[in-house]
Each structure stands twice: as structure tokens, then as C-alpha cells.
Design a protein around this ligand. Structure first.
Ligand code: PGA
Length: 256
């Protein structure tokens, strides 16, 4: 696999990148609805997808796009957080997206952060089975951590990894500290889809905005596939694209 096989597109702004991603999602939803079939979307949380969520809400509320045939799987969840905890990723998704769309509740899938330790492995295996039973993920949306993580697959993760419990990296916890009101309040562990789970998706769109992502975006695209940068695993996938704004792409032009 050539090292620089990941396609990337530089948009004039996050909003224009998200309009493009949203129209691709909308096309899939409409094509599948015409066939009476579901469209399976893998969602990420974080600041990055917020503009995409706004666009999807606009398409639903202003242009009548129905999400009735949409099935969703979220990438990850903090351990120790109940689903209705305002700081859980499930609450984030309800607040920022699902409360404003008509995705049927039974079609929304989340990992649960509040399950007993003894059931983590079976819960994660069930999640993998549910993805397969839904027909696999059609479009997986991703952000990228400044350490190169995708989902919570931190540096050192295996390309073969499946949904599992993970320890959070120091930089990941630091980045989450303000949202939690202090580093000491950030969970140490999480559940995440694995890199292999992500790579099973038929289409992957990784979004990155801003200068603080420029260095890791360059490394993910330019360095050989390495567990030090889990996002570099994406170059083994045939249908992945990075959607970037100019600051996030700033270090690419000089190097490619
Ligand atoms: P962000 O997080 O969207 O808040 O930058 C991305 C990530 O950590 O995957």
C-alpha cells in the first residue's frame, strides 16, 4: 500500500466541508430509503463534527430529509458515566443531534459506560454483533486526536483491535479537562470501537479543523503505517478521505 494513499480534500472552511459530508450522507439516506433499506452511519463526538450535526439538522428541519431509515453507532463512551450523565457521549449526541432528528430510538446504538467490569467484554462483543447485524457501517465519521487517535484508539493500539475497554492517553485527558471542570475529573478509561471495527466501514470520512491539528494530520498522511499514529491505519482502507480546512492542511502542501 503506498504511504500517501489517503485522499484528502481541503475546503475553504469547516462549514463547507461539513456541507459536503452532509450531502453525501443525505444522498445515501435517500438512496436507501428508495430501496426501503437502512443507511448505517457511524458517528463521532467532539468539537469537530458539530458543524456537520448542524447541517444534518438543517437538512431534516428545513429540507424535509427523513432519518427514519437511519441506524447509528457511536464510536466510543467514557467509562463510569451513566447514559444520562450530561458529560457522557450519549448525552452529547442527544443534545447536539438526535433530539433534533427523527432517527428512531431503537436504531441509535451507544456503548454504555456504566456497566460492571465483568460484563465489559460481552457488551463490546454484542456491539460488534449489532454492527454486523445492521449490515455493517456505510459511512463512518471520525475526528482525530492530536496524538493521532481515532475513536479512543490511542497510540499503541493494534490495527486488528475490536471494540474494547481502553486506558485514555494523557493528552486525551488533558484535552477533555476543561469540559469536565478539571483534569482530575476526567475518566481514566473508556470503551471504543477498535481500529478493525472502524476499518470495516465501507466509507470513512475523517474531519480535522484548525492549526492545532495540522501536525498530526501531516503525520497521519505522510508517515508509514504505525501504531504510534492509529489514524495512519486508515491508509489501508480503500475509501477513506480526510476533509480538512486550510489551517489543518497547512503543513501538507509543503510536504507533498
Ligand atoms: P475534537 O476531538 O473533535 O474535540 O478535536 C477529536 C478526537 O479526539 O478524536
Amino acid at each position: 500500500m503506498p504511504i500517501d494513499s489517503i485522499r484528502f480534500r481541503v475546503f475553504e472552511s469547516p462549514d463547507s466541508a461539513c456541507a459536503c459530508a452532509a450531502s453525501e450522507i443525505a444522498r445515501l439516506i435517500r438512496e436507501r430509503a428508495a430501496l426501503n433499506r437502512p443507511a448505517v452511519i457511524g458517528f463521532a463526538t467532539g468539537a469537530t463534527p458539530l458543524a456537520l450535526f448542524e447541517e444534518l439538522i438543517y437538512l431534516h428541519q428545513e429540507e424535509g430529509l427523513s432519518f427514519a431509515n437511519v441506524v447509528t453507532f457511536n464510536l466510543d463512551e467514557y467509562l463510569g458515566r451513566k447514559p444520562d450523565d450530561p458529560l457522557s457521549f450519549r448525552s452529547f449526541m442527544m443534545r447536539e443531534l438526535f433530539n433534533h432528528l427523527n432517527v428512531p430510538a431503537r436504531n441509535q446504538h451507544f456503548l454504555r459506560g456504566d456497566i460492571p467490569k465483568s460484563t465489559v467484554a460481552s457488551h463490546c462483543a454484542d456491539y460488534e454483533r449489532e454492527i454486523v447485524a445492521a449490515g455493517g457501517i456505510d459511512i463512518q465519521l471520525l475526528g482525530i486526536g492530536r496524538n493521532g487517535h481515532i475513536g479512543f484508539n490511542e497510540p499503541g493500539s493494534s490495527i486488528d483491535g475490536r471494540t474494547r475497554r481502553v486506558a485514555l492517553a494523557a493528552s486525551t485527558r488533558e484535552d477533555a479537562a476543561s469540559g469536565f471542570g478539571g483534569l482530575d475529573k476526567v475518566p481514566n478509561a473508556a470503551l471504543t470501537m477498535g481500529c478493525a471495527t472502524i476499518l470495516d466501514a465501507r466509507r470513512i470520512i475523517l474531519m480535522a479543523w484548525g492549526a492545532k491539528k495540522a501536525s498530526i494530520v501531516r503525520r497521519a498522511l505522510a508517515e508509514p503505517v504505525t501504531p504510534k499514529i492509529p489514524a495512519s491505519f486508515l491508509s489501508t482502507h480503500p475509501a477513506v478521505e480526510f476533509f480538512l480546512d486550510p489551517p489543518a492542511a497547512a503543513l501538507l502542501r509543503k510536504n507533498r
